[in-house]
Design a protein around this ligand. Structure first.
Ligand code: PGA
Length: 239
């Protein structure tokens, strides 16, 4: 594992953004896995800035997002589809037909997950960006008895509901989501995880130094050959 510790979230954004830009400039048709949540937002701002300065193009990129809420209209302000468009896709030259999401409103969620996994296996993710939950989740792979495999429908834990319900002021937060599974994430050629703030310190300890256990799903990343963890000092405090 490659550990990178910075003072500020902005410094992390520049370092992660430059790693992604290098990938896209070397291979414009890269397949990029994106994440939602607060952690990657500064990186997305930096990518937009670099796009506006002509330093990178996304026109041949294919994207996959990690997860999507169930039973939330795609146009809802809290859907991850809306999040990604507002925070990145609407501001760059990615082609909409190359943007892939799990459909959290699919009638047959199992068939939807198979469709998504088959597409990921066909395209192969070059770089997967991740956040980490306070409980060690990656995507919406919550602590459990076993590591998950492919994409699946998950019941969110109270820790995740508490962390994310701050965004839901009108409608209650969904309690289910579709997520890429742990094995799907591990198939990505390179993984970049961002963690900032003291609330992530325990999860980062579990990820880097803990036993590899589905109780801390991120700990599986210890056996991936090309992982970069970008942290601020508060998130790295227990290492
Ligand atoms: P956050 O979420 O970036 O909003 O902290 C990360 C996650 O839950 O994976």
């Amino acid at each position: 594992m490659n550990l990178h510790i910075f003072d500020t979230a902005e410094q992390i954004a520049v370092a992660v953004g430059n790693m992604m830009i290098e990938q896209l400039n070397e291979k414009p048709e890269s397949v990029m896995g994106f994440a939602t949540g607060a952690s990657p937002v500064p990186t997305y701002k930096y990518l937009i800035k670099c796009f506006n300065e002509g330093k990178v193009s996304f026109k041949d990129m294919t994207t996959f997002n990690l997860d999507e809420y169930c039973d939330l209209p795609v146009e809802d302000k809290n859907s991850y589809f809306t999040f990604m468009h507002e925070n990145l896709f609407n501001h760059i030259d990615v082609k909409e037909e190359n943007v892939n999401f799990l459909n959290g409103n699919a009638e047959d969620s199992e068939a939807e997950c198979v469709r998504y996994d088959n597409l990921i296996d066909e395209k192969k993710i070059d770089v997967q960006l991740l956040g980490i939950g306070q409980n060690g989740h990656i995507g919406f792979n919550e602590p459990a008895d076993k590591f998950t495999k492919g994409s699946f429908k998950v019941q969110l834990t109270q820790s995740t509901i508490d962390a994310n319900s701050i965004y839901f002021d009108e409608n209650p937060m969904p309690h289910y989501a579709l997520t890429m599974g742990t094995v799907s994430i591990m198939k990505s050629k390179k993984i970049i995880l961002i963690a900032t703030g003291a609330s992530k310190a325990d999860a980062i300890y579990g990820l880097v130094n803990g036993e590899i256990t589905p109780n801390c799903p991120a700990s599986i990343l210890q056996v991936h050959p090309d992982v970069h963890i970008f942290m601020d000092k508060a998130a790295a405090a227990k290492l």
